[in-house]
Ligand binder design. Structure first.
Ligand SMILES: [Fe+2]
Ligand SMILES: [Fe+2]
Length: 172
């Protein structure tokens, strides 16, 4: 067994092999390092520009909203697979909110419950809309960031949200 650490969220994964994606934040394999080598961004003191701070604040709101919506969808899911999948991506989005808060050195705000449809098909369509919006927004935030670390983090988040679209499209 070995300890691997994700440089995006800073969480440790213990296992025989490096996972293909971070189980906690969803970051791609290239961000998962051998424990001794890992330098997670969330542990670094990054001097944030006013614009990056504003974009990170928007990230927290977007991710907390997605977390609450996906928890609702998990509750309405017709099969255990869909329920478990939505619970997982809800946790991933909460981890993204946590990452943004850690970068800003602020506490995670409270999450307000959200509504969703009783139908899986409508929830899949809504999920794709949310993820497309997040992907586009993070591409913009990555471009706007003048700090190299923030650029990398928003690029990683953009890839993760895009992977959620692929995931949901498997169910259509
Ligand atoms: Fe991670
Ligand atoms: Fe997210």
């Amino acid at each position: 067994m070995k300890t691997y650490i994700c440089e995006i969220c800073g969480d440790a994964y213990i296992g025989e092999e490096r996972p293909s994606d971070c189980p906690f934040c969803g970051a791609a394999k290239n961000f998962i390092k051998d424990g001794v080598e890992a330098r997670p961004f969330v542990n670094q003191v990054i001097e944030l520009s006013e614009l990056s701070r504003k974009n990170l604040e928007e990230t927290v709101q977007l991710e907390l909203h997605a977390n609450a919506v996906y928890l609702c969808m998990a509750g309405k899911a017709k099969t255990y697979e869909i329920k478990a999948m939505y619970k997982r991506i809800a946790k991933v989005e909460l981890e993204h909110a946590n990452i943004a808060c850690k970068l800003m050195k602020i506490a995670l705000p409270a999450v307000n419950p959200e509504l969703c449809s009783d139908e899986d098909a409508e929830n899949f369509a809504e999920t794709i809309k949310l993820e497309e919006n997040a992907t586009a927004l993070y591409a913009k935030f990555a471009k706007e960031a003048t700090e190299q670390e923030i650029k990398i983090i928003f690029t990683a988040l953009m890839q993760i949200e895009a992977s959620h679209i692929t995931l949901i499209k498997n169910y259509l």
